[in-house]
Design a protein around this ligand. Structure first.
Ligand code: ZN
Length: 391
């Protein structure tokens, strides 16, 4: 409303900082004021640009030794004004990626400090089962666990609360209102069992952690959770082929059992297609298309875009070849998924029946049904629910 107030505040901030020196000035969500100038129109932007200009001026006015360090954080480094990143301003960038196993363990410890944990709680196991989680996701998970414990009437957070909370963060809350009829439930059970079986009989797929046919917010009608044994930073071609196969396992199971497919595989197909396209265009994993990269990541600055999408960057001719290669990869993966399920059709039947009865199967129950040992290093069965206190 009052143009110039932002700039005045920035001036004021730096005056205070100089008075307090030595000190650290921390600006969170820098992109709120540091967006590239001149790309939008309107009074709001005038105001923001003035604020940004003032910030730039103040940062230039620093003597090397006046004892003020400016730190700021953003998750949109790509939209920042270039001038902010010049030498002498924000010239050192530290990319804070999603935490690794040890990092997650440390973050969990911080967020559990004020919460009463049961003795049996094994935070390392929670850290193991949350690859890709950000600090905020983990905080969310621990809060959710506290709520679940309170709802049970317990005085302490148990391991099972944490595990359920993580599941809720991953797949959304259970949808009790979404009632599937028996026929649909059966189909979903075969579908999910298909994913799990293909993963279990693939050479290097991640171990199955949980299969469920309880409808949840984000995960539509059911889901199969696979967890890597370790944090993975590199995937080999065989890894990715196995993952493709696993993604298509659901649809393959429907076809093997019903000789007809349903709409339930839409999300699987979307993910499998995206993965196959990445293999061909970005990782040079197709002999026919070769090593030349034919895509540009959408968001090249520091953070890869979450959905792995990218822009095509090749001739029409190559684009056609890419399409054919993607199709070939998917067809081959689908065929081998189907052949795995054909070979183990009795187990498909057996696990699906069990799944319909119990709604969820955890990894150890699943491997036990198959008569296979638990894959080494996988996250085992959660401890039993402790007795409820005071109710
Ligand atoms: Zn599926």
């Amino acid at each position: 409303m009052f143009v110039g107030v932002g700039a005045a505040r920035v001036r004021d901030l730096f005056e205070q900082a100089k008075a307090q020196a030595p000190c650290i000035v921390f600006i969170d969500e820098l992109d709120a004021i540091g967006r590239q100038r001149g790309v939008h129109i309107g009074a709001v932007n005038d105001e923001r640009e003035q604020t940004l200009n003032q910030l730039l001026v103040e940062m230039d006015g620093f003597e090397a030794n006046n004892g003020i360090i400016i730190l700021s954080a953003t998750n949109r480094p790509d939209v920042l004004d270039r001038a902010l990143l010049r030498p002498g301003r924000f010239d050192r960038q530290v990319v804070v990626d999603a935490p690794d196993l040890e990092g997650r363990l440390a973050v969990l410890k911080v967020h559990c400090r004020q919460k009463p944990l049961a003795q049996e709680v094994d935070l390392r196991r929670i850290a193991q089962s949350t690859p890709g989680f950000s600090g905020a996701d983990l905080a969310n998970g621990t809060n959710e666990a506290a709520l679940l414990a309170a709802r049970r009437g317990a005085k302490e957070i148990a391991q099972i609360d944490l595990e359920n909370a993580i599941e809720k963060v991953v797949a959304g809350p259970e949808r009790k209102s979404r009632r599937l009829n028996d026929e649909e439930r059966k189909r979903v059970a075969y579908h999910e069992t298909g994913h799990a079986l293909v993963a279990a009989y693939s050479k290097i797929a991640d171990p199955v952690h949980k299969i469920s046919i309880v409808p949840r917010g984000r995960a539509a009608l059911g889901y199969t959770m696979q967890l890597p044994v370790d944090d993975q930073f590199l995937s080999t071609r065989s890894n990715l082929i196995d993952r493709l196969q696993g993604l298509l396992g659901g649809r393959a199971a429907e076809e093997v059992v019903y000789h007809e497919v349903s709409t339930g595989a839409q999300n699987d197909l979307e993910r499998a297609t995206a993965l196959a396209r990445q293999m061909v265009c970005l990782y040079g994993m197709s002999d026919r298309v070769g090593l030349a990269q034919c895509g540009q990541p959408q968001n090249a600055m520091y953070i890869p875009s979450a959905d792995g999408s990218f822009q095509r960057d090749c001739s029409e001719q190559t684009a056609r070849e890419v399409d054919e290669e993607v199709k070939r990869l998917l067809t081959e993966a689908y065929a081998s998924a189907k052949s795995i399920l054909g070979t183990h059709s009795d187990q498909l039947e057996q696990v699906a029946t069990e799944l319909i009865k119990r709604e969820t199967l955890d990894g150890s129950a699943f491997y036990q049904l198959l008569g296979l040992p638990m894959p080494k290093g996988s996250v085992g069965e959660p401890p039993p629910i402790p007795p409820v206190l005071g109710s």
